[in-house]
Write a protein that binds this ligand. Structure first.
Ligand SMILES: [Zn+2]
Length: 1034
């Protein structure tokens, strides 16, 4: 749609990673593209000069003698209908009110004339329609697809948002769409259509390429960038990855020049003229042209003049491109839903085309077309290598004036966080499902049976996550009740994924698989939800007493490296408790006086313990009641500042209270870092103890947040120490962990934000440091790569905000400060040495851009971050300073993966029914290079219809110019032992595959190493030797 919520109203080891293989040269270099968006931002004045009829451009003149009889202008008019799977209505409501009719009319009206064409993007809608229609209609639609009259573009479940979405989900929704297309239409998309996401990211073309696509159309980019590229005839380019010096992954991209994808803004620079050729805006439809000149049906009397003014627009548009081929989209939101529109548009345009084509002096060839028609013709005109290369992204989008679309980086953070939570659950559920199935092939067929609810639970979770990637889903730009609908689907997905996880775990750990009788209704283990706020409903608190003497605790590590982390359990009572590990050895623990950041009357204590767990492994702990065990040594100490006397007298805190007076700054520390706080509880400085380096790091909340003399709780213990500060609208906690590994190098920040009582309110966390960042900061794109940003005073504040999908950092010659985030939010650096992250926003009124409501459904939200300060090795730089790419350090990379994919902790449910079952207390797959951290298992899925498992790997690239400890972790030298990522059986066969698993490629010998360059993806497909690769997956 055209209108969105948008406004933010506030305010060396240099060669360590170099691969030694040919073709991997991009390892530590950066893009040297012909066009660099970063440079253009430096040059542009952003002066927004009025360009006349093309307001954001200029008065375009047609070059004399550009076209002649041997050099005609070839125009492809591409009919399309933009269907949002949820915005003002829900996905299903739109289907019922519009989309079903569009499909039905498509079959009827395209069959009438083979010259008619249409493109379609959203497979989610196609899948709904498919259930509704007869075999006969399916056959007709298949014929239209086969003949090329209908082209499915992109083939994703949705047209995903590109700012907040994580690359896992982008892959997920594309895989889901492509598999559907393969199964039902035996179809593979070639071109991508991305006209409505509010800003676009280079992660998309990179992923699209791995799905076998060739080219891309984008629309919503800053009007000043459009103008700049149009002036230079550079709206078509090879989009280059920031880190790809040689253009190995260049992707053919077409950017549209004007304000919108609707008909007034696609035929040429003058919307008043183009609108007259939107024939739906006539007669009884109720739609008109706001430019006051209405469309006229084409007749013999008016055709010469009508053709002339339309062709004039086409020719002017062609002046902005470097070839004689022109793409003209013809459509709008939910168009072609009524059959008369098909007649209006197709009949009138056909008359115009016939007239133009039959008039040789016009030097034009114009037809309905698809993206395939357009890009094929473009290929014949000009080699791909002749187009300029471009590096950078297209954030932050402005559609006009100072309307920067950065508010949606933060809007409705509660749901943005649910998205990340579902990613973590779904990924773990799929991996556990695959491991369980492979762990005992002769007894595990029930796991992949269509009859079991496990396969359907996984499918629902994928669909819920995929649907939410829609550019009005995760963005928070849909109406409240539509957002509720997405929320319900996410929640169902989470429940389904939890069900699969615990069923799979129970089977994997069961010692006697041969006699295993699955009970698919039973909950054997309950997941301890890692990011739960009080709003999700009551959470189980473990009771331990003499009657419930042992509780089994199960931990799963979904990552492919060893993890040492501190975990917590909520317990009702801490007396007479012992914790044992899988070898029946006593585990030390710490008890904290309360569970929630907010005041709670519940009897609840947090038990913290340290775990050390192998890759893809499962481990069992035992919480036992042991009469007479004294554990006062394990109690953390609590200091309360500025608290009412009643707080000190509370029964459950009394045993923890340490009566100490704190009159000035104080600090918390572990072996590696010391964090200093002002007396009012907010962070002031971080010291790296080994390096004897202190950097001032002032944390604050803006703006107008009262945090003058807040209640402060200081908890000190052997495993974790915390400061909790109770400001207005935010409860802010800083946790310092005492655990070797990344946790002792990074500080955890939790902000429980609740602004629902306020109007037109925003709250941001500001971290001010002495780092000499010179206006430069870095943010990630889709959790996949890092891009350099610069603060510009020539842009308004909201134009300086960027999406932070998972991390941001600032640095100077000496240090770097990185914030990794468990949830996507908007971030900026408005002053030297600062990082600012928006936490939540609330708008009382609509922003007059079409949605018709403000943002008022705020809920309490618990944001989780990890902050790390690192000292640079002198004169070590991964890439030259002029380059626009960034890389995370190892510590921050580990922290990022840990917050996104927390260790899954399960608690056994009913002790009585399960007590007598014989369990293995651990499961460790044979993973060979368990300490390699630079190859990540993106996903692993069972593919029941092919009796196969597919998995996707990604080789990351890190910045190693910091004093970090490497002894526990190592890096892959670029040769990956693929079979070590998967517990395979002797007769399994391994194939290379496309990321969607719809294209199975060469066989890969299991013992052979697979070369992977930095930033690359690779996908594999494992099937049993005795199974032929089934037809749908050839
Ligand atoms: Zn849209």
């Amino acid at each position: 749609m055209r209108f969105k919520k948008k406004l933010l109203v506030v305010d060396n080891k240099n060669d360590y990673f170099m691969n030694k293989f040919e073709g991997c040269e991009h390892g530590n270099l950066s893009s040297q593209a012909d066009i660099q968006i970063f440079k253009i931002y430096n040059e542009l004045k952003f002066d927004n000069i009025d360009g006349g009829v093309w307001k954001q451009g200029w008065n375009v003149q047609i070059s004399k003698n550009r076209w002649n009889s041997s050099n005609k202008l070839k125009i492809f008019v591409v009919p399309h209908s933009h269907n949002d799977p949820g915005w003002k209505k829900t996905f299903e409501q739109y289907y019922a009110s519009h989309t079903r009719n569009i499909f039905n009319n498509m079959v009827t009206k395209l069959s009438e004339d083979s010259r008619r064409k249409f493109i379609w993007a959203e497979v989610s809608f196609l899948s709904l329609w498919w259930i509704d229609i007869s075999q006969n209609v399916k056959r007709k639609f298949q014929e239209l697809v086969d003949s090329g009259q209908v082209e499915i573009v992109s083939g994703g479940w949705v047209m995903p948002d590109e700012a907040n979405s994580h690359y896992y989900s982008i892959i997920q929704q594309l895989t889901h769409g492509h598999q559907w297309l393969k199964k039902h239409l035996n179809y593979k998309p070639k071109h991508s259509w991305c006209i409505d996401p509010f800003g676009t990211s280079p992660t998309l073309p990179y992923i699209l390429q791995h799905f076998g696509l060739e080219s891309l159309v984008i629309q919503r980019t800053h009007y000043s960038i459009k103008k700049y590229l149009a002036k230079n005839k550079q709206l078509e380019f090879r989009w280059r990855q920031l880190w790809d010096s040689f253009g190995k992954y260049d992707f053919m991209t077409h950017m549209t020049p004007f304000y919108s994808y609707d008909i007034p803004h696609t035929c040429g620079p003058d919307p008043a003229v183009c609108c007259q050729f939107d024939f739906r805006r006539s007669s009884y439809s109720g739609m008109t042209c706001p430019w006051k000149k209405q469309p006229q049906m084409i007749t013999e009397r008016n055709i010469a003049f009508r053709a002339e003014i339309l062709l004039d627009q086409y020719r002017k548009k062609a002046e902005l491109y470097s070839t004689n081929v022109l793409l003209v989209p013809l459509g709008d939101d939910f168009r072609y839903d009524v059959s008369y529109e098909w007649d209006q548009q197709f009949n009138n345009y056909q008359k115009l085309f016939d007239y133009m084509n039959n008039n040789p002096s016009l030097y034009v060839e114009v037809n309905f077309g698809t993206l395939q028609d357009y890009f094929e013709s473009l290929k014949n005109e000009k080699l791909k290598t002749m187009f300029p290369s471009l590096s950078g992204d297209f954030f932050t989008y402005a559609d006009r004036d100072d309307h920067y679309w950065s508010g949606y980086y933060t809007s409705k953070p509660y749901y943005k966080q649910m998205d990340r939570e579902l990613i973590s659950y779904l990924r773990s559920a799929e991996i556990l499902h695959a491991i369980a199935w492979k762990s005992a092939p002769q007894y595990s067929d029930w796991l992949i049976s269509e009859k079991s609810n496990l396969v359907s639970s996984l499918r629902n979770a994928r669909e819920g996550l995929s649907l939410f990637q829609h550019h009005d889903g995760i963005t928070g730009t849909a109406k409240e009740y539509v957002v509720d609908d997405y929320g319900r689907k996410l929640e169902q997905g989470m429940k389904g994924a939890q069900h699969v996880m615990q069923q799979a775990l129970n089977f994997i750990l069961n010692a006697d698989k041969s006699s295993y009788q699955p009970d698919l209704e039973l909950v054997y283990f309950e997941l301890k939800e890692s990011r739960k706020t009080s709003d999700y409903g009551p959470e189980k608190i473990i009771k331990i007493n003499e009657f419930q003497s042992i509780r089994k605790i199960v931990i799963f590590n979904s990552l492919t490296w060893n993890r040492k982390e501190i975990l917590s359990l909520k317990i009702e009572n801490y007396v007479n408790i012992e914790l044992y590990d899988e070898n029946n050895e006593l585990v030390p623990y710490q008890i904290n006086p309360f569970c929630e950041l907010t005041e709670s009357k519940k009897n609840c204590f947090l038990l913290y313990f340290k775990t050390n767990i192998e890759p893809l492994s499962i481990k069992m702990y035992f919480l036992k009641f042991s009469a007479g065990v004294s554990n006062t040594n394990n109690l953390a100490s609590l200091t309360i500042l500025n608290g009412p006397a009643t707080l000190h007298k509370l029964q459950n805190v009394k045993n923890f209270l340490k009566e100490q007076q704190i009159m000035s700054d104080f600090s918390l520390q572990n072996n590696k870092i010391s964090v200093t706080f002002r007396r009012e509880g907010l962070m002031k400085a971080i010291t790296l103890k080994d390096l004897d380096l202190t950097v001032s790091v002032h944390l604050n909340f803006i703006k107008d947040i009262n945090c003058e003399k807040p209640l402060v709780k200081i908890i000190e213990g052997k495993l974790i120490s915390s400061v909790i500060v109770y400001c207005d609208f935010v409860v802010h906690a800083v946790n310092v962990y005492n655990c070797s590994g990344f946790e002792e190098h990074s500080i955890e920040i939790q902000n429980l934000v609740d602004i629902k009582t306020e109007n037109n309110f925003e709250i941001a966390m500001k971290i001010s440091t002495g780092i000499k960042s010179k206006g430069i900061f870095y943010t990630d794109l889709n959790g996949f790569q890092i891009i350099k940003r610069q603060y510009y005073s020539k842009l308004p504040l909201q134009g300086n905000y960027y999406p932070m999908s998972s991390s941001t950092y600032i640095e100077d010659e000496n240090v770097r400060l990185t914030l990794v985030s468990a949830q996507p939010l908007g971030a900026s650096s408005l002053n030297e040495g600062e990082l600012e992250v928006m936490q939540d926003r609330r708008l009382s009124q609509d922003d007059n851009l079409g949605l018709g409501e403000g943002v008022l459904d705020n809920r309490p939200i618990l944001h989780i971050f990890r902050l790390s300060l690192e000292k640079r090795i002198p004169n070590c730089h991964k890439v030259p300073k002029t380059h626009t790419v960034g890389y995370l350090s190892m510590i921050s990379y580990l922290a990022m993966n840990s917050v996104l994919y927390p260790l899954m902790l399960f608690i056994q449910t009913d002790e009585k029914t399960n007590q007598n079952k014989l369990y293995d207390s651990y499961y460790v797959p044979e993973i060979i290079n368990s300490s390699n951290i630079d190859v990540h298992l993106v996903s692993m899925v069972t593919i029941p219809e092919s009796v196969a498992v597919g998995f996707v790997l990604h080789k990351t690239d890190l910045d190693t110019c910091f004093f970090e400890e490497y002894e526990n972790y190592s890096f892959n030298n670029g040769l990956v032992n693929v079979s070590s990522f998967f517990p395979s059986n002797v007769d399994d066969v391994l194939y290379q595959s496309s990321l969607s698993f719809v294209q199975i490629k060469n066989k890969h010998e299991k013992n052979k190493l697979y070369p992977m360059c930095a930033m690359e993806f690779a996908a594999f497909y494992v099937t049993n030797n005795s199974v032929n690769i089934p037809i749908p997956f050839l």
